[in-house]
Structures are given as structure tokens and as C-alpha cells.
Design a protein. Structure first.
Length: 391
């Protein structure tokens, strides 16, 4: 395979954006991905971009389609106890979020990389990293039946929670912080025009529900379910009935129904690994942190990580030393833990943790009333939701 400056494992938003930022700075990289191009471009994941993520995509030249097709939202709606309240994010912060699916970000980044003639190797197997504590680490893999070796200066592990790069760090170096929640999300994509202009977060006695969208014709909806639920037990009729029960709590409003084109159940967890680097390995995105999707932070954290890494590698190769590389983990983790707290807070405020704890249910209502009646509480939610100001 030869040599490059930065070997990147994983062609999700983190790996692809890092490769793009490095290319803009004249730094070579090779992206290795276990899945096919079709798989990563169709994989439905997150869909909310913070203002800073939008700015990063636009400023780096891959935001044209995002600006045309993304849905800018200036608020969110909270529903509870038969009430509906809007949190005016832009009014409170001057910033907004944009609904644009992760798979669309991936498509845009892949198109830009290939148009620039830069390498992405899909469908690689048996990936392993070697020599991370040397000046010439390498990545071995098989592709189309051939054994390959890629030598590089640095390795970027952007290969997700189940990837191989984190496991290359010796035992005892990394510390793991983990929380598994006693529920999951059943998510559906439906060919149905959204009945709302902004996302609805609903706290309901039957469990949490979220009304989102992917376009003017496609709705994205979620239901809190038990973590051991079987998706085969959830017919389309049952899904729509449960969505109506949890979301149609405001008089005169109803959701739009249509054919369900995709459905699945996602467990809920919080996960952080520290540090996010070891020797010549730098980890980013889901490889080192996962948040429950309630706060819409997963893809945004991944992009924030590689924005830092792009600057750090640029400093190194420009002869400015390794100060930013050395500080990468500590700098990134400050934002990671802020997002962890916000995601935990939103999750704890909106989900049912069981019928045996009516005290917690009353606390949730108190929190929601604080958010919807106090400007200070509302601004705190809004600032975290739209993301910090990038500098």
C-alpha cells in the first residue's frame, strides 16, 4: 500500500472530515473502511447539526448541499402534562441547529474526497495497527484478497465503538466511564410530511417520544421502549398507535402518518474513554465517546474532535511543534464531558425509568416547568443544544 502521513481507520463523519481537513492543509492521508461505500452512505444515524458543525462544513467547502437541503431550526418544542412549550434557541443564543442526516454528511465528504483524487479504501478486512510507540507506525489489512501494509507518521482511530484501534492501546492505559440506561429507542423513518416545523420532545407517562424529520417528505420518529424489545413485535399499526398516544396530547394537533420505510431499536448508553490518545494514536468520535441521542451530540462531538486534530496535525507539519497534539485529549474531553452531562440531563428529564418511582416523575415535571418558565433555564438548554461558539 505504501506510505502516507496520517493513516485514518474509519469512513464515518470523523474519519472523512479529518481526511478532508488534512487535504486542505496539504497533509496526505489514507482512509480505510471495513464497510462498502453504499453501506456507509445509506446508514441512517444522527440528523441534527450544531451551528458550529454547520459552519465547519460550509467553511471547509463541503456545505453547498447542506445549505440547499438542510432544515434550519430556531427552536424546539417540549410537551408534557398536556402542555406544549417552545424553547426559542435562536432568540436566546443567536445560533440555530440544522436537520441534515449523517448519511448526507458522509455522502458529501466522500464525494469531495474522491473529486480531489484522494484515497478511500472500502471493504478492508483484518485491520490491525502496529508500532504506535515508534516514529513509523503501520496499519496492516487485507483488501480484495491481498495483504497490505500502510506506513504512516500517525494513526487516527475513527472506527467507532466496535472498532479495532482503541484495543491497540496497552491494558491499563485507558480508563473507561460507562452507563447503560434501562431503555432503548425504537426509531422509524416514514414517508410522511412532518406535521411540525421543529422537533418535539415529549415526556409522557407511557414513555418518551421524539418527533423529528429528515426532509419535507420524510419524518423521523422515536419511541422509548424496553431494551430487550423485539422489533418484530412492533407492527406499523402498533408504532403509529403508540406515537399518537404519546405525541397527540395537545388539542387540535395530530401527526401525519405514512408508510414506514425503516425501523430499528437502539440501546441507550453513555461511554467515555480517557485519554483519547496514546503515543502516535489519536482516537476520535464513537471510538472514545458515546452519548444517548436525546441531546443530539454524537455526530457533533465527532466533528469537534477532528477539528481539533486537523489543527494539531497542521501545527506539527508546519514545524510549529506538538503542543496541540499533546493537548488534544485534555482539550477535547472538556467538550465531551459537557456534552455527556447535557445528554444525561435531557435523558433523565424526559424518559420514564419505571412505574415504581413516582418521585422521579414529579422531579421531571419540576425540571420541565423550570425550563419552560425560567429564561435562565431555557437559555442553558438552548446554549447546550445549539453547541458552543467555535473559536
Amino acid at each position: 500500500m505504501g506510505r502516507t502521513q496520517v493513516g485514518i481507520v474509519g469512513a464515518g463523519p470523523a474519519g472523512l472530515m479529518l481526511a478532508h481537513l488534512l487535504h486542505l492543509r496539504g497533509i496526505s492521508s489514507v482512509v480505510l473502511e471495513a464497510r462498502s461505500r453504499d453501506y456507509v452512505e445509506q446508514r441512517v444515524r444522527a440528523g441534527v447539526l450544531e451551528q458550529g458543525s454547520v459552519d465547519l462544513l460550509v467553511e471547509s467547502g463541503v456545505g453547498d448541499r447542506l445549505q440547499r437541503e438542510g432544515l434550519r431550526h430556531e427552536g424546539i418544542e417540549l410537551r408534557f402534562a398536556g402542555e406544549s412549550h417552545r424553547v426559542a434557541m435562536t432568540e436566546l443564543t443567536g445560533r440555530a441547529i440544522t436537520v441534515y442526516g449523517q448519511q448526507e454528511v458522509v455522502k458529501d465528504l466522500i464525494a469531495a474526497r474522491l473529486a480531489a483524487g484522494q484515497p478511500i479504501v472500502f471493504e478492508v478486512d483484518d485491520v490491525a495497527v502496529h508500532g504506535l510507540d515508534t516514529e513509523q507506525p503501520s496499519i496492516t489489512f487485507t483488501h480484495e484478497g491481498r495483504d497490505e501494509t500502510l506506513t504512516c507518521d500517525f494513526v487516527a482511530g475513527c472506527d467507532g465503538f466496535h472498532g479495532v484501534t482503541r484495543g491497540a492501546v496497552p491494558a491499563g492505559v485507558l480508563s473507561t466511564y460507562d452507563r447503560v440506561y434501562p431503555f432503548a429507542w425504537l426509531g422509524v423513518l416514514a414517508t410522511a410530511p412532518p406535521a411540525v416545523d421543529e422537533l418535539i420532545y415529549a415526556n409522557h407517562e407511557r414513555g418518551f417520544a421524539l418527533y423529528s424529520m429528515r426532509s419535507a417528505q420524510v419524518s423521523r420518529l422515536y419511541l422509548q421502549v424496553a431494551p430487550d424489545e423485539d422489533i418484530d413485535d412492533w407492527s406499523d399499526d402498533r408504532i403509529w398507535a403508540e406515537l399518537r398516544a404519546r405525541l397527540e396530547t395537545v388539542e387540535g394537533w395530530s401527526l401525519n402518518e405514512g408508510p414506514v420505510i425503516e425501523k430499528g431499536i437502539t440501546p441507550m448508553r453513555s461511554f467515555v474513554v480517557e485519554p483519547m490518545q496514546w503515543e502516535r494514536l489519536y482516537l476520535a468520535g464513537d471510538a472514545v465517546h458515546i452519548v444517548p441521542p436525546t441531546g443530539a451530540k454524537g455526530m457533533n462531538l465527532a466533528l469537534a474532535d477532528v477539528r481539533l486534530l486537523g489543527d494539531a496535525f497542521a501545527q506539527w507539519y508546519a514545524g510549529g511543534g506538538g503542543g496541540l497534539l499533546e493537548a488534544y485529549s485534555s482539550t477535547a474531553l472538556r467538550r465531551v464531558w459537557r456534552a455527556q452531562h447535557f445528554s444525561w440531563w435531557m435523558t433523565s428529564m424526559l424518559h420514564r425509568f419505571g412505574d415504581s418511582d413516582p418521585y422521579q416523575a414529579r422531579l421531571q415535571l419540576a425540571q420541565l416547568r423550570n425550563v419552560t418558565t425560567s429564561t435562565a433555564y431555557a437559555r442553558a438548554l438552548a446554549e447546550n443544544y445549539v453547541g458552543p461558539v467555535e473559536v
